[in-house]
Design a protein around this ligand. Structure first.
Ligand SMILES: [Zn+2]
Ligand SMILES: [Zn+2]
Ligand SMILES: [Zn+2]
Length: 111
């Protein structure tokens, strides 16, 4: 009765915390983050316990996989693309991959 309800609540909570990127060690339940290599409590390898989903084919790949073993999707290229910020000169529209103090194309001062 009460116990089952509590169990149901725990399951619901588990789901919502997973969505919040709040991870627990699958082995001992210690709170962890995915950038940890091993659980600080029990030493289990975290990266082999969790998987990331290939956005192309849906295959569950190892977290540190660079390429999807199924379809060859390149995770690193995607990360690089997501991180890249393009700065655009307000005067001439020249695209810079980092923020310069001066536009290399028209020499307008940017900072
Ligand atoms: Zn653990
Ligand atoms: Zn794939
Ligand atoms: Zn410019």
């Amino acid at each position: 009765m009460g116990l089952l309800d509590a169990f149901g609540e725990a399951l619901k909570k588990k789901k919502s915390t997973l969505a919040d990127k709040d991870y627990k060690c699958p082995s001992c339940g210690t709170k962890i983050t995915l950038d940890m290599e091993r659980c600080p409590q029990c030493g289990v390898r975290i990266k082999s316990m969790f998987r990331k989903k290939c956005p192309k084919c849906g295959e569950m790949c190892e977290l540190d996989a660079k390429i999807c073993p199924k379809c060859g999707y390149n995770f690193e290229a995607e990360i690089a693309r997501a991180r890249k910020t393009i700065w655009r000169c307000p005067r001439c529209g020249y695209e810079m991959d980092s923020l310069y103090t001066q536009c290399p194309a028209c020499n307008i001062r940017l900072m």
